[in-house]
Every structure is written in C-alpha cells, then in structure tokens.
Design a protein around this ligand. Sequence first.
Ligand SMILES: [Zn+2]
Length: 208
Amino acid sequence: MANRMKEDEKNEKIIRGLLKLPANRRCINCNNLGPQYVCTNFWTFICTNCSGMHREFTHRVKSISMAKFTSQEVIALQEGGNERAKLIYFKDWDPQRHSFPDSSNIDRIREFIKHVYVDRRYTGERGTDRPPRVKSDREDSNENRMADSYHGSSRSPPYEDRYDRRYNERLSSGGRNDETNFRYQVMKIKVLYMLMVTTREVLATLKW
Ligand SMILES: [Zn+2]
C-alpha cells in the first residue's frame, strides 16, 4: 500500500514536470493554456473542452488531477506528449492554409479532431488532402475498400477481391475454359440421357 502510494506520488511528480515542457503547456488542439486532461490514444495534453470532444470520438481521456496514472502510462506520456504528437499528426500541417480551432468553438474543435486524429489528414501517410474530383461509383467503392483495409477492419473485401481475380483469370484462360465447357457439355448429355431413360421407364409403367 505504501509502495503504491509512493509510486502514485512519483508518477504525479513526473506528470507535473511534463506539464512544464513548452509544448505541453497548451492544449495541442486549441492552444488553450494549462491542459487538464490527457488523451491516452495519442498521449497528448488537452483542455477540458477538447477532452469532451475526444470522448465523442470514443478516444480515452484522463483527468490529470483526478485520475491515477500507471507507470506504463507515465512512460508513454514521457515518450509521447504534445511535441511528439505534433510531429506525427501535424506533419503536413501548413499554417498558411490551416488554422487551429478556438477553444470556445465546440463545432470547430469537433471538426478539427476528426480531421487530425480520425482522418489523419496531416500525417503525410496518404494523399487525402488532394483537391476533390468527380468520381465514378466504381472508383468510390474501391477507395472505400482501401480505406477499410487500411484501418485494419475485419471485413473481408480484400479476400473477395482476390477471389474475383482468380475466378476471372480462370474464365479468361482459354485452355481451362474449353476443358470446363467440354465437361459441362458431357454432364448435360448425361443428365438428358438419364431423363430420357427415366421418362421411358415411367411411360412403360403406364398402361396405354
Ligand atoms: Zn483544447
């Protein structure tokens, strides 16, 4: 018990120290002074308003003053924090074109969090920030599939794609196609013959 308290105390001290780092002094999203929460999805220091918005997106947030932090969480915060998160989530951020939301504008914060952490628009991983263009339905569905597999979804489009391709390849390869056709014709003849025999037998049992 005493050990536990000692550890809690130590962790609190480290977090208080982290809060003094320039990048952690302000909310990473809205620049509000003195963050009171931590988002443990991204290991960022955020303000109360932003913590509420992160919750809306089912991101986990912890109050710095109310919650206890485990040693692992403290290590993650030491390795993370706002400076590190900026390198990841704001890599492609262009201050000329983009602006941070005001802490009082909840709708803007919501939109901002979606763009930055959910869509990962500025991580430089994908070209999602390209200008809009007219897309056909087919293209659109392909893009959605890619997005799904990118997010590690458990749905199975990639497998279906593979299956489709294999199936199409088989259909388009001439030799295999002829062979399949031949077998199909033979089967058809067999079935017709059986039908004929059965019909004859049935007819024979009838008294004309
Ligand atoms: Zn904020």
